[in-house]
Design a binder for this molecule. Structure first.
Ligand code: TA6
Length: 280
């Protein structure tokens, strides 16, 4: 059964030896299994009842990464806190299965529409093959005036042990270090290890990033310019109610996004960005 929607809160998509689960709340893809092995991290304390953004999987960040000075938008915007619509199967063949979800300004709360009064339409396509997961995010400005947004796929990868994780592909790339008051640094290491809290926005990052160390995945991005690397480590882990104190040991976020400069979208224009995750 390639598409199961018996559970009113989520869609379960199966293709060949792979499967994903997508909650309509936030259109959050919470599981990606290949040959039965889970590749994404979902906190044991994640709220799956629509009371807050899901802590894990691939939360969608739109129209704002982080917070916007003077704005009532919540951190990381409203896409991950809104109920998306199922838009059906787009492609189904021997090689792949693609399904789509949608959100417009008519679907969000009055509070969010007041905080960000722009007319928009979002489409999120999820494509599953035997060994890859492609997610494509399309943003359409359905208004008569231009507006600006930032956006990101906040991907939480499961790792057997964060101390074994190595991230390649960011050598010599400039990054804002959020643990150092957004100081701009240059990545001196061709191979990045995680030995403490990491919260970096790599600006204008290459399109191919690799994660090795036990749950090896290759990320290929398009449309998105930047890459965020995050691990909360001990102190920040303890401050998150929907994240176990020890769970930092089994996750790393490597997040493709357009967050440093963002995107200026003219009336009636559509912007697309996405990532393909491949098991290596
Ligand atoms: O993407 C990294 C980050 O911006 C971190 O600064 C941290 O705040 C993380 O996102 C999680 O944010 P959240 O609002 O989901 O707790």
């Amino acid at each position: 059964m390639p598409v199961q929607r018996s559970d009113p809160s989520k869609a379960v998509i199966t293709h060949a030896n792979s499967s994903v689960e997508v909650y309509y709340y936030g259109c959050t893809l919470t599981s990606w299994k290949v040959d039965g092995t889970e590749k994404l991290f979902l906190s044991k304390h994640a709220k799956l009842d629509g009371t807050k953004a899901i802590r894990g999987g691939i939360p969608l960040v739109f129209p704002q990464f982080g917070t916007l000075d003077g704005s009532a938008l919540p951190q990381h915007g409203f896409a991950r806190n809104s109920l998306w619509e199922w838009k059906g199967v787009v492609t189904e063949n021997a090689e792949q299965l693609t399904v789509a979800f949608g959100l417009t300004h008519e679907n969000i709360s009055d509070e969010m529409r007041k905080a960000w009064p722009n007319e928009f339409a979002l489409t999120y396509e999820v494509t599953l093959t035997a060994s890859t997961l492609k997610t494509t995010f399309a943003v359409t400005n359905t208004s008569q005036t231009a507006w600006h947004f930032t956006s990101l796929l906040h991907t939480y990868f499961h790792v057997p042990s964060v101390s074994d994780v190595r991230i390649t592909g960011l050598h010599n790339i400039s990054y804002k270090d959020k643990t150092q008051n957004n100081a701009v640094m240059s990545e001196a290491s061709p191979i990045i290890a995680i030995n403490g809290e990491v919260d970096r926005v790599y600006m204008g990052a290459p399109d191919i990033i690799k994660i090795t160390g036990g749950s090896d995945v290759s990320i290929r991005k398009w449309g998105f310019e930047d890459v965020v690397v995050w691990n909360p480590w001990i102190e920040k882990a303890e401050k998150m109610s929907d994240f176990g104190n020890e769970e930092y040991k089994n996750m790393v976020c490597v997040e493709v996004g357009s967050v440093a400069g963002g995107v200026q979208l003219n009336a009636s224009e559509t912007w697309k960005g996405g990532q393909t995750l491949s098991v290596v």
